[in-house]
Write a new protein. Structure first.
Length: 243
C-alpha cells in the first residue's frame, strides 16, 4: 500500500510539473509569436516607404451591405482601427511597458543605409525568435514524450503492484483462515491433553493408594487365606483346639 501511495504521489507531482511547463511553453510561444508579428509589421511598414516592391498591403475588410450602398452612392466608409499595439491588431504584448527612448539619434546615415540597417536588425530579431520558438517546441515535445513514457511505465508498475498486493492479501487471508483453524485444533488438543492429564493423575492416585496399603492388604489377605484353610479343615473334621 505504501508503494502505491508513493507512486501516486510521484505521478501527481510529475503531472503538475508537466502542466506548469506546458503553461510556460504556451505563454512563451504566444509572446514570441506576437513579437514576431510586430517585427514583421514594422518591417512591412518600412518596406512601404523604402522598398515598395516588397510591401504587402493589409487585406481589405469586407464591407457590409449598408457600407456598400454608401460607397456606391459616393459616400465615405469609415474604417475601424485595427487596435492592439500601434494599430497592428497585436494585443498579446499590448500591456508590456514600452522601451525607453534612445538618448541620441546616433550618427547620421543616409536614408538607404539607415533603412537597410534597421531591416537587417529586424530580420536578425525575427531569426532569433524563430530559433527560440523552434528550441521551445523541441523541448516541449521531448518533455511531453518523457512525461507520456513515465505515465505508461507508472501505469504498468501500478498494475503490477496492485496485482502483487492482491496476491499478498489473498495469501494473508488464507494464512489467517489456516491460523484460525489451527487455533481451534490447538484448543481441542489442549482439552484432550487436559483430559489425559486428569486420567493420569487419577491413575497415579490409585497407584499411590495401592502402594501405600499394599503390605496391609497383603497381610489381611494372608490372614484371610489362613482362616479359610482352618475353616475348611474344621469342616473336614480336624480339631484345632489343641493348637
Amino acid at each position: 500500500v505504501a508503494g502505491l501511495k508513493a507512486l501516486d504521489k510521484e505521478v501527481a507531482e510529475a503531472s503538475q510539473l508537466r502542466k506548469d511547463e506546458h503553461k510556460e511553453f504556451t505563454e512563451l510561444m504566444a509572446s514570441d509569436s506576437a513579437a514576431k508579428k510586430l517585427l514583421e509589421f514594422a518591417k512591412n511598414r518600412l518596406n512601404k516607404f523604402y522598398n515598395p516592391a516588397l510591401y504587402k498591403p493589409p487585406p481589405k475588410r469586407e464591407l457590409t451591405g449598408e457600407e456598400r450602398i454608401t460607397e456606391n452612392l459616393g459616400g465615405t466608409v469609415a474604417t475601424e482601427a485595427a487596435g492592439g499595439i500601434a494599430g497592428t491588431g497585436i494585443t498579446v504584448l499590448a500591456q508590456a511597458a514600452p522601451p525607453p527612448p534612445p538618448e541620441t539619434f546616433g550618427a547620421y546615415k543616409t536614408q538607404g543605409e539607415g533603412n537597410s540597417g534597421v531591416i537587417a536588425m529586424i530580420d536578425l530579431l525575427i531569426k532569433d525568435l524563430d530559433k527560440d520558438m523552434t528550441t521551445a517546441k523541441t523541448e516541449e515535445e521531448h518533455a511531453q514524450a518523457t512525461y507520456e513514457a513515465m505515465m505508461s511505465d507508472s501505469a504498468d508498475k501500478r498494475a503490477m503492484d496492485a496485482k502483487t498486493l492482491t496476491a499478498k492479501e489473498d495469501a494473508k487471508a488464507k494464512l489467517e483462515t489456516a491460523l484460525a483453524q489451527h487455533s481451534d485444533e490447538k484448543a481441542a488438543t489442549e482439552k484432550e491433553h487436559e483430559a489425559v492429564l486428569s486420567s493420569i493423575q487419577a491413575l497415579h492416585g490409585e497407584c499411590d493408594w495401592l502402594l501405600q496399603y499394599f503390605d496391609v492388604r497383603k497381610e489381611a489377605r494372608a490372614t484371610e487365606v489362613d482362616q479359610l484353610k482352618k475353616a475348611k479343615a474344621i469342616l473336614s473334621g480336624a480339631d484345632f483346639s489343641l493348637l
